[in-house]
Design a protein around this ligand. Structure first.
Ligand SMILES: Cc1cc2nc3c(=O)[nH]c(=O)nc-3n(C[C@H](O)[C@H](O)[C@H](O)COP(=O)(O)OP(=O)(O)OC[C@H]3O[C@@H](n4cnc5c(N)ncnc54)[C@H](O)[C@@H]3O)c2cc1C
Length: 298
């Protein structure tokens, strides 16, 4: 299928792009990697009159590490961030989640910011952003504002951005030196969207006690869910079978999955419980291995 006719712009400068978004408002859509927008337009589920591509705004193609954050610009492709070696240390949860997005062909074009702006509750990156308290730099011709991930995701496929705004960059806080992470999900088919998933990033101290613990789930609810009560239960504790079982129960009570064509809500809730146990264990193990590797180096 082909999309309905559109007026197409691909300005090289961000100011020009923001002016076009201001001029066309609700009738315009930003085109980033096109991996979600183009299928929706082809299926006539979206019918923008104007498409404003950011693919010529090369100044937006960056992924860099600062002392406090990993900063990813609007045009950075998912594969570029995946290949940025420092991501494994600075942001292990993002490094664990990225390879699970579709296939390499999708990640070659799809952008990190495009996935966040699309706000699909069953996409990996919004769950990562919520777990890690990412900040979204949103720009328009009127100026800029910074939203936290929990402010940014409003509902299914809806963010707090207005039509004239652009997600210019995402800033993800740098993880502690010994943070370990795991992003686990269940899919009905290879390279398909997940039915449910859980991301965990945990720091285990030299004494074996869980320190900073971050958990988020994606499971058919309108937005990704930060598992706050499960985090509180685990922090300050040594992991054992009974504690993991309790974490699984608490996590299941924190999510409100809806029925989807791929899985009903009961099944999704149970998957979240199982994945919380597994992701917590794997993230804690990764943290322990990091600490041991550092001791070996000394
Ligand atoms: C076969 C297939 C499998 C896939 N599997 C997965 C998967 O397993 N997990 C997953 O998470 N995703 C999956 N995707 C989607 C993929 O990750 C997309 O790349 C992503 O959702 C959107 O990124 P994009 O850069 O392609 O954005 P686009 O498709 O260009 O845009 C998506 C939406 O966001 C808006 N937008 C884009 N960038 C910005 C911006 N900077 N500011 C404001 N608005 C913006 C657009 O206007 C549009 O509404 C899959 C896609 C396909 C086709």
């Amino acid at each position: 299928m082909k999309p309905a006719p559109i007026e197409f712009f691909a300005p090289p400068q961000i100011d020009e792009l923001l002016s076009l978004l201001a001029e066309h408002g609700e009738s315009a859509r930003v085109l980033a990697g096109g991996q979600s927008l183009i299928p929706l337009m082809n299926l006539r589920m979206l019918r923008p009159e104007v498409v404003v591509s950011l693919n010529n705004c090369l100044d937006l193609s960056y992924c860099r590490a600062t002392g406090s954050h990993l900063i990813i610009g609007a045009l950075a492709r998912q594969i570029e961030v995946e290949d940025f070696v420092a991501v494994r240390d600075i942001c292990p949860l993002l490094a664990s989640a990225l390879p699970q997005i579709g296939s390499i062909a999708i990640r070659n074009r799809g952008t990190v910011c495009g996935s966040l702006a699309h706000a699909d509750p069953l996409a990996e990156l919004p769950a990562v952003a919520v777990a890690l308290d990412a900040e979204m730099l949103v720009s328009s011709s009127r100026g800029q504002r910074v939203l936290t991930a929990s402010e940014f995701f409003v509902s299914e496929l809806a963010s707090a951005m207005t039509p004239e705004e652009l997600l210019q960059e995402v800033r993800i806080p740098r993880a502690s030196e010994y943070a370990g992470a795991a992003f686990l999900e269940i899919c009905n088919r290879q390279h398909g969207f997940a039915v449910a998933g859980v991301g965990a990033q945990i720091v285990v101290g030299a004494d074996g006690v869980c320190g900073e613990t971050r958990l988020a789930a994606m499971c058919g609810g309108p937005t990704p869910v930060r598992l706050v009560r499960t985090e509180k239960l685990l922090a300050g504790q040594r992991l054992n079978e009974a504690l993991l079982k309790e974490a699984s129960h608490v996590a299941q009570s924190e999510v409100e999955p809806g029925d989807t064509p791929h899985a009903d809500s009961t099944y999704c809730r149970e998957i979240v419980g199982v994945l919380v146990e597994r992701a917590t264990l794997q993230a804690a193990e990764a943290s322990r291995r990091k600490r041991l590797a550092k001791y070996d180096e000394r």
